[in-house]
Write a protein that binds this ligand. Structure first.
Ligand SMILES: [Zn+2]
Length: 337
C-alpha cells in the first residue's frame, strides 16, 4: 500500500496528492458522512514490466557483493525490508521502476464516508487472500537464517504480508501493520481477517465468485484489486458500532509511536544497517537510514533501482534480494562470542 508520514517530506513518486478523490467529489468529501458519493470507477492499470527488465541484474555476483561482505562482516546487523523482498513471492511492488501510477485511498477518505469504505473493502475482499496464500522466498529465508545465527538485532519491515514471520524470523517490527488483522477505530477491538472475511461473505453471498474471474484483477501490496465498480458491496461495523479498518498504516496517517520506538531500538542496537528491497520512498523507512548514518554505522542498500537513501549508503547494489540475501547469508561469518 502507499503510505507517507505527516512528518515526511514529499509524497512518494507516482502517488496522487492525498486529496485527489476529494477534489473530484468535493461536496461529498466535505460533508464527511455523505451517502451520495458518486460511483467510484477504477480503470485497470497496465501491469508493470518486470523490474529486472529495467534494472539489469549484476552478472558477476561475487564482484557485485564483495564490497557488501567487506562492510558487513563481523558486525551485528539491523535489517530493513520493503516490497522488493516480496516481489518474488508474487506480490507486486508498486514503486519499482515502470510501475503504474496508483491512487491510494487515504485514511481521511476511508473515515469520511461509507462509500469509500465499501470501495476499499470490496477490493480487499478479493485481494487479501492472495497475501494469505503467498509463500516466503529465498530472501526471507536468508534473513531468518541470519537471525537464527545471532547476526541480526532484528528486522524492521514495511511489508504487511507476514512473509518474514512465515519464513521463521522472530524479532520483526511490522512498521506499516499486518494484513491479517482488522481493528475498530472506536473500541480498539482486534478481529482476525479470516473472521471478518466470514462476515463479509455472509453479507455478500456469491460476490467474490462473481468478481474473482475479472480478467484485469491485479493484486497490490495492500490487497487492492482493480475493479470496474464496487457498488452494491455490503460492509459491516464493529459490534460497538465503530468503523472497522484493516490494521495497516494508510497513506496520510502515521506509524504508531511504540512501533517506531521498537524499530529504532533494533537499529540502534546494531553496528550496521542492511536495507533490502525498499526504495525508501516514505519517511517511515528513510528515517532509519538517516539515523544509522548519523550514528556512523555503515549502511548497505540492496535494491533494484534508485532509492532515497543512496546518498547515505556506504554501499549500494542494484540487485534482486532473493538472489543477494542467500548469497550473503552463506558467506557472512559468525560473530565472535
Ligand atoms: Zn468497536
Amino acid at each position: 500500500m502507499d503510505l507517507d508520514e505527516t512528518t515526511g517530506t514529499a509524497a512518494p513518486p507516482g502517488a496522487e496528492p492525498a486529496h485527489g478523490l476529494a477534489e473530484l467529489f468535493p461536496t461529498a468529501y466535505r460533508q464527511g458522512r455523505a451517502t451520495t458519493v458518486p460511483r467510484i470507477v477504477v480503470k485497470p492499470a497496465p501491469l508493470p514490466p518486470p523490474a529486472s527488465a529495467l534494472v539489469p541484474e549484476p552478472e558477476d555476483l561475487d564482484a557485485a557483493l564483495a564490497p557488501v561482505l567487506d562492510v558487513l562482516a563481523g558486525r551485528r546487523l539491523a535489517a530493513l525490508t520493503g516490497a522488493g523482498v516480496s516481489t518474488d513471492s508474487g506480490i507486486p511492488d508498486y514503486r519499482s521502476p515502470g510501475s503504474p501510477v496508483r491512487q491510494p485511498m487515504t485514511f481521511q477518505q476511508f473515515c469520511s464516508s461509507e462509500a469509500f469504505r465499501r470501495h476499499y473493502w470490496a477490493r480487499n475482499h478479493l485481494g487479501w487472500r492472495h497475501l494469505r496464500d503467498a509463500k516466503p522466498n529465498a530472501g526471507h529465508a536468508a534473513l531468518a537464517a541470519l537471525e537464527a545465527r545471532g547476526l541480526l538485532t532484528g528486522l524492521v519491515t514495511q511489508n504487511i504480508d507476514l512473509l518474514h514471520v512465515r519464513a521463521g524470523s522472530r524479532a520483526v517490527v511490522h512498521l506499516h501493520g499486518r494484513y491479517d488483522r482488522v481493528k475498530c477505530l472506536t473500541c480498539g477491538a482486534v478481529i482476525p481477517r479470516e473472521q471478518h472475511d466470514a462476515d463479509l461473505v455472509a453479507l455478500n453471498p456469491g460476490w467474490r465468485e462473481r468478481h474473482e474471474h475479472v480478467a484485469d484483477v491485479e493484486v497490490a501490496p495492500d490487497a487492492d484489486v482493480v475493479l470496474e465498480s464496487t457498488a452494491g458491496f455490503r460492509i459491516t461495523d464493529c459490534a460497538c458500532g465503530g468503523v472497522l479498518i484493516p490494521d495497516v498504516v494508510f497513506f496520510g496517517s502515521n506509524t504508531p509511536r511504540e512501533r517506531v520506538a521498537a524499530a529504532t531500538a533494533i537499529v540502534d542496537d546494531a553496528a550496521a544497517l542492511l536495507v533490502a528491497g525498499s526504495s525508501l520512498a516514505v519517511m517511515s523507512g528513510l528515517r532509519f537510514v538517516r539515523r544509522a548514518a548519523r550514528a556512523g554505522h555503515p549502511v548497505v542498500i540492496l535494491n533494484r533501482g534508485p532509492t532515497r537513501g543512496d546518498d547515505l549508503a556506504t554501499v549500494k547494489v542494484d540487485v534482486g534480494t532473493s538472489r543477494a540475501l542467500p548469497y550473503l547469508a552463506a558467506r557472512l561469518p559468525d560473530l565472535a562470542p
